[in-house]
Design a protein around this ligand. Structure first.
Ligand code: NAD
Ligand SMILES: O=C[C@H](O)CS(=O)(=O)O
Length: 486
């Protein structure tokens, strides 16, 4: 049984139009703890009909919500922010229980997620328009920014709190209303956010949450319903492509935060201890299950052996265990399929000539636990070079010079995050300019923050979240030509 201070945060129903509702069919889905496979809760699993009602509720709530001043919306969002921080311990326990990440990481995610609400409560007051010098006498030319309307948000399991607030905070601040479909593995974090939104005074219909195992039906309604004017999706590139096609018939505005294949480059002029610390943070965060995890570690020949030895020493100290256990630094993978993908990548690499320096097999804890792993002598023909492993595997590649490092780093259809370590300032500017990615960490392994524009290029996505840019995704520009002014 989950140990919560505020048991009302554990919700089992969908949240539609300010009401907690069962699925029309009575269907529920089990939410399991990846650490032990135990069932934490049974949650309503809704379908297309409930989705239509949620969209209709969001449409009804839109005039009242967009009709508030940005300051009035900011006051309510600020209350939501304060309530989330006050409930951080419970929100972290819920998150670790359903997703598996270590409790310390879960607490970090709650703060990170809340930071978007704090940031956009203020940004909503700055959605300035323009008065443009008229092109003819008797006119005033205005360009205003207006909320796009009803927004659909579809979010993943790996950051079950922050991926929701990173979308909903700018959307709500801009005056939009939102219908959220969270990942089916992790609905509890989303439903707890809905409970706190209600307590904060976010009006009925403004923020709706649809837990479901039938994501095809719910997603199908969200992408086909003409009342929905915007889809914001975070998840795999494969699903992103499908949803983009489904949105085409109603010409929705879309933004996508998709898969990655991050290179992590270590030049021979790098501070190797800093590079190891950065690699540990980037690679093994959330057991390697983040879109910006280092997926390929490229090390220049002259420092390859020294870096590998230092990394192995650090990895060997990691504590693997259930996320709720205090000392845990690496938890379980989300499910059996995730473990099987990691096993497939390791087996493929070894078969093609890679060496297992550390780990390389399921952890003695069983279940979905996997040993933190380092592979050496990895080459571009291996699956882990082309696909997102999404697990605790650090594949080390060799390169000779800067030109080869850049060519290897860019040799992918993905373009979300890239990292490199160097103490040569000229190299830092050259390489960050040459890397085909939306995000570049220079001598930094953790780069995500609400103040910066987060997003990918190529097949890693469209649009940005966070920063000034993040609210633009939920606004439309209206040009008003005011004539007859004499
Ligand atoms: N770029 C980012 O910011 C970011 C953040 C987190 C995760 N991701 C990516 O997400 C992937 C892992 O997350 P995941 O396994 O949840 O991804 P996923 O694409 O399988 O699922 C993401 C969401 O889409 C829903 N979904 C899946 N198929 C659908 C369909 N046919 N119709 C409607 N909805 C559907 C799921 O229920 C879930 O809510 C990785 O590729 C990771 O890189 C990217
Ligand atoms: O997994 C994707 C998330 O966007 C990672 S982060 O928390 O934004 O770094």
């Amino acid at each position: 049984m989950l140990q919560l201070k505020d048991t009302a945060l554990l919700r089992h129903h969908a949240y539609v139009d300010g009401q907690w509702i069962h699925a029309d069919s009575g269907d529920t889905m089990a939410v399991t703890n990846p650490a032990d496979g135990g069932i934490i809760a049974h949650v309503a699993s809704v379908g297309a009909a409930e989705t239509r009602r949620a969209i209709a509720a969001a449409a009804r709530a839109l005039p009242g919500w967009r009709g508030k001043t940005a300051k009035e919306r900011a006051t309510i969002l600020r209350r939501w922010y304060d309530l989330i921080l006050a409930a951080a311990d419970d929100l972290a326990v819920l998150m670790t229980a359903e997703q598996g990440k270590p409790l310390a990481e879960a607490k970090g995610e709650v703060s990170y997620g809340a930071s978007f609400i704090e940031w956009y409560a203020e940004e909503g007051k700055r959605t300035y328009g323009e008065i443009i010098p008229e092109n003819a006498p008797g006119r005033r030319i205005l360009a205003t920014r207006e909320p796009i309307g009803v927004v659909a948000a579809i979010t993943p399991w790996n950051f079950p709190n922050a991926m929701i607030t990173r979308k909903c905070a700018p959307a709500l601040a801009a005056g939009c209303t939102v219908v959220v479909k969270p990942g089916e593995d992790t609905p509890l974090s989303a439903l707890a956010l809905a409970e706190l939104a209600a307590r904060a005074g976010i009006p009925a219909g403004v923020f709706n949450v649809l837990p479901t195992a039938d994501y095809v039906a719910v997603g199908g309604e969200l992408t086909a319903n003409p009342v929905v004017r915007k889809l914001s999706f975070t998840g795999s590139t494969e699903v992103g492509k499908l949803l983009m096609k489904q949105c085409a018939d109603t010409m929705k505005k879309v933004s996508f935060e998709l898969g990655g294949n991050a290179p992590f480059i270590v030049f021979d002029d790098a501070d190797l201890d800093a590079a190891v610390a950065g690699a540990m943070a980037s690679k093994y965060r959330n057991t390697g299950q983040t879109c910006v995890c280092a997926n390929r570690i490229l090390v220049q020949d002259g420092v390859y052996d020294a870096f590998a030895a230092k990394l192995a020493e650090a990895v060997g100290k990691m504590v693997v265990g259930p996320g709720l256990a205090g000392e845990t630094q690496q938890g379980p993978l989300i499910n059996r399929q995730a473990v099987e993908k990691v096993e497939r990548h390791v087996a493929d690499a070894v078969e093609k000539g890679a060496t297992v320096l550390m780990g390389g097999k399921r952890h003695a804890l069983g279940g979905t636990f996997y040993e933190p792993t380092i592979l050496t002598n990895v080459t571009a023909d291996m699956a882990c070079a082309r696909e997102e492993t999404f697990g605790p595997v650090a594949p080390l590649f060799r390169f000779k010079d800067e030109a080869e490092a850049i060519r290897m780093a860019n040799d992918t259809q993905f373009g979300l995050a890239a990292y490199f370590y160097s103490r040569d300032v000229g190299r830092c500017f050259r390489v960050s300019a040459a890397l085909e990615y939306g995000i570049v960490g220079v001598n930094e392994g953790i780069i995500s923050t609400e103040v910066a524009p987060f997003g990918g290029v190529k097949e890693s996505g469209i649009g940005r979240e966070g920063a000034r840019q993040g609210i633009e995704e939920y606004l439309e520009v209206k040009y008003v030509c005011m004539g007859g002014l004499g």
